[in-house]
Design a binder for this molecule. Structure first.
Ligand code: TRP
Length: 349
């Protein structure tokens, strides 16, 4: 499949919407860093700002601030521009250009089945933007314009990855270009990294939850983190001795999962240490661990955000390197289709 004809390349994207949480860190960015550090593949991480306007415009300053915040978070969490390509989508036009091609490849019926569109469009589908509907085509373009083979994403993006594979296969087939686009594989997060709300263990931790007590923000200070964990909803039972004992105890399971993810261990190991102990003992330990992990990150984020010019320089440099990979692939795509090539395309510049 992807491995057979294409060299290993990792791509992922995150929307700059502002307000990053512990969930973004444990569920996405931490894994991006691990894949970078493994050094087995080229790693490309994109701030998908063009996706960030599909459900409405946040405003000029807000979008810019969110892009800077996300770039700062990427760097503060350990992504290194010397080892990963880090950039924002709108600086590399090849994404939008390939997305147009995919608008002509993907079928309405395929997009109609996307559950994220249904969720985001809500009741009034007629009022949703065409961009929100075509969102998965742009996502497929993000991935395939690099011939990426592995895509670390959350469980909620699995359907979009399947669509990406369908688009790749249909393009390869219809345009007579076998194996041109790889069938990229999702690298789905483990259960331990799916961080849930601190108020309701059945809901994902989200920056859009009405209650700030439901989440830990990457920019929260130590006292706030400790308070939120102390007040986190739990049940009155002590911690069980095994993971089976966490079934039907979503809040307990969430806190154990968070602890395990932060400590780079398994929920089993955590329970081996805390079996039979009350939450009044577990929570302070979890708070200490969370603060110890996040304090250096939020400190570094603040420093980085104080110098947006430097962030722009890093993103610009990343965009140049991204474009150097994407443009020749787009040029080949255009050639396969039969577009008469412009001078820009012919020189690959
Ligand atoms: N849709 C993804 C999300 O909401 C973000 C995204 C856009 C993405 N383009 C991508 C993720 C390409 C992986 C690869 O999480």
């Amino acid at each position: 499949m992807a491995e057979a004809t294409h060299r290993r390349r990792v791509f992922s994207g995150v929307q700059p919407t502002g307000g990053l949480t512990l969930g973004n860190y444990l569920g996405a960015v931490k894994r991006f860093v691990a894949m970078q550090d493994e050094g087995e593949a080229e790693t490309i991480y994109c701030l998908v700002d063009m996706h960030a306007i599909t459900a409405g415009w946040p405003g000029r300053e807000a979008l810019r601030a969110a892009t800077h915040e996300l770039a700062a978070a990427f760097l503060a969490c350990g992504l290194d521009p010397a080892r990963s390509i880090i950039f924002n989508q709108s600086q590399v036009p090849a994404h939008a250009e390939l997305a147009w091609i995919f608008n002509c490849v993907a079928r309405l019926g395929w997009l109609n089945r996307m559950t994220q569109f249904k969720d985001k469009a809500g009741r009034d589908r007629e009022a949703a933007s065409v961009g929100l509907f075509a969102y998965p085509n742009l996502m497929a373009a993000d991935i395939l314009v690099y011939h990426a083979t592995h895509v670390p994403v959350g469980e909620d993006q699995k359907q979009h990855l399947e669509l990406t594979r369908d688009i790749a296969a249909k393009f390869n087939n219809d345009f007579g270009a076998p194996d041109f686009f790889p069938l990229a594989e999702p690298v789905i997060e483990g259960a331990a990294t799916r961080v849930m709300s601190l108020r309701d263990g059945t809901k994902k931790m989200s920056k859009s939850d009405a209650s700030d007590m439901s989440r830990i923000n990457l920019t929260d200070d130590a006292d706030t983190i400790a308070l939120k964990i102390r007040k986190a909803r739990t049940d009155p039972e002590p911690l069980p001795g095994s993971v089976e004992g966490l079934e039907s105890r979503p809040e307990a399971r969430n806190l154990v999962n968070i602890y395990a993810a932060l400590a780079d261990t398994t929920p089993q190991e955590v329970l081996a240490e805390f079996a039979g102990r009350p939450f009044s003992e577990f929570k302070p330990r979890l708070a200490d661990l969370t603060v110890a992990t996040l304090a250096p990150i939020s400190q570094r984020m603040r420093e980085l955000m104080a110098d947006p010019g430097e962030l722009d320089r890093v993103l610009g440099e990343g965009a140049d390197r991204a474009a150097a990979i994407a443009e020749p692939i787009l040029a080949q795509t255009y050639d396969i289709i039969g577009f008469v090539r412009s001078r820009r395309m012919a020189t690959g510049a």
